[in-house]
Design a protein around this ligand. Structure first.
Ligand SMILES: C[S@@+](CC[C@H](N)C(=O)[O-])C[C@H]1O[C@@H](n2cnc3c(N)ncnc32)[C@H](O)[C@@H]1O
Length: 431
């Protein structure tokens, strides 16, 4: 074991128990087993180079960076580890695979499976597996097996007969190539990219498909490397500083959009509002599945172009392209709100000759979401093996995301009616 002073050990254990109280209070830890694991495993021992206090903050601990400074390996944030372990429903005796390693989360899993189960943790980066192979025995978890491999091609000798009882994926993944490595009835929890939106999703394996059955959690993870690295399919509209990404679906040509984006947009009002702190990630997921030509629109933060007013902030906007016209979702502050955080109305900006029609199409789908699906915290996701080749061309099947290994379907439950009606305003006086 790494030598630490008695004060350091007692500080660490106090910080660990404080963290557990916080995770329980925020409902990330919900079971006695996950609580016990978090109280037991010394998180700081998996990043001895990092100050003690930082290892017990409810945040990621960066471990490895690429040359441009991007984090390529981290110990994930405790709240997300707790949510994902709860979703994995790991029991004593289970055989569990962790994809994306470091050691800490594998040790938590080792606590959950106990002496009758086993844990394999796998990473593409040999520096990460060397660290895990050192820290796990130092902290008393020498039974965890550490493997260096690209998760896109799981070595067959790693997979137990009948498959794993649970697979916990701790790296941002665009696809789920692990269906065959999971036992029927087993759980798979993964941060899955759907059109660039990232959701931690817990699935149970049925006969030959995965089915989700709990609310999705918005999350962020370091990017997948190797053969399964995702392609953002990012295209820049020449001379505008506007970038459009098609992570799912067929990328369309974009340069014909340049004149449209430098013109004045129409503004289609939806009458549908959202609180300043209220997430609307499920709306963007809904639009991504519902609308052909869906993409995400971002602008150069420091570019001179400033063609879009206001530009999307913090994260890319939902957008659709139709030939030389485009629509994008925005929201406008309409009231201060009782909580001081403001109230916003969803509006759709249309660009180009048919921009108002494209914007109306998007606004109508915002209405459908409002009327039928808003409040559905839990759309149901299933992942089936992709059979044969994906259809050629821009054929669109609503709410189906065609991946390399799987076809992901999002089913939206119908919720009690809410109504709204979109109006379109043309030109600059609309804003
Ligand atoms: C967030 S870290 C894992 C955190 C870890 N599970 C923990 O204890 O908190 C994600 C890891 O995924 C690894 N990774 C990236 N692409 C991979 C791939 N294709 N196969 C296996 N591991 C990969 C990275 O090297 C990185 O160490």
């Amino acid at each position: 074991m790494t030598t630490s002073s008695a004060t350091e050990v007692s500080d660490a254990s106090e910080l660990r128990h404080q963290l557990v109280e916080q995770l329980r209070a925020n409902n990330h830890i919900r079971s006695a087993a996950v609580e016990r694991a978090f109280r037991t495993v010394p998180r700081h021992a998996f990043a001895p180079e990092v100050p003690l206090l930082s290892t017990y903050a409810d945040d990621i601990v960066a471990i490895r960076h690429s040359d441009d400074g991007t984090i390529t390996s981290s110990i994930s944030a405790p709240w997300l580890q707790a949510d994902m372990l709860e979703a994995a429903r790991i029991q004593p005796g289970h055989r569990v695979l962790e994809i994306g390693s470091g050691g800490y989360n594998a040790a938590l899993i080792a606590e959950l499976v106990g002496p009758t189960g086993y844990v394999t943790t796998l990473d593409i980066d040999p520096v990460v597996t060397q660290r895990a192979a050192r820290f796990l025995p130092e902290t008393g978890y020498s039974q965890v097996s550490v493997v260096t491999a690209d998760a896109e091609h799981l070595p067959s000798e790693v997979v137990p007969e009948g498959g794993f009882d649970a697979i916990v994926v701790t790296v941002d993944t665009w696809d789920l190539p692990w269906l065959n490595a999971l036992a029927e009835g087993g759980r798979l929890v993964a941060p899955l990219r759907l059109h660039g939106y990232r959701w931690a999703i817990g699935f149970t394996k049925g006969k030959d498909a995965l089915h989700s059955d709990e609310p999705l959690v918005v999350c962020g993870f370091v990017a997948m490397q190797g053969a399964g690295a995702w392609n953002p399919n990012r295209h820049t509209v020449h001379g505008t500083g506007v970038h459009l990404s098609w992570e799912d679906g067929t990328p369309l040509s974009v340069d014909q959009l340049a004149p449209a984006l430098t013109g004045q947009p129409t503004v289609t009002r939806t009458g549908i509002t959202v609180g300043g702190q209220e997430p609307f990630d499920l709306l963007t997921l809904y639009l991504a599945g519902a609308l052909p030509g869906f993409c995400r629109l971002a602008v150069d933060p420091d570019g001179d172009h400033q063609v879009l007013n206001p530009p999307p902030q913090h994260w890319p906007a939902a957008a659709i392209v139709r030939g030389a016209s485009l629509a994008r979702l925005a929201h406008e502050r309409i009231a201060d709100g009782d909580d001081g955080k403001g109230r916003y109305e969803f509006v759709v900006h249309g660009y180009g000759d048919h921009g108002h029609l494209v914007a109306r199409e998007m606004a109508q789908h915002v209405e459908i979401w409002q009327r039928n699906h808003r409040g559905a915290r839990c759309p149901f996701i299933s992942a089936r093996p992709a059979v044969g080749r994906a259809p050629a061309g821009p054929a669109h099947e609503p709410h189906v995301f065609a991946k390399k290994h799987t076809r992901i379907t999002v089913d939206w439950p119908i919720m009690p009616a809410r109504t709204a009606r979109a109006t379109v305003l043309e030109g600059s006086d609309a804003r």
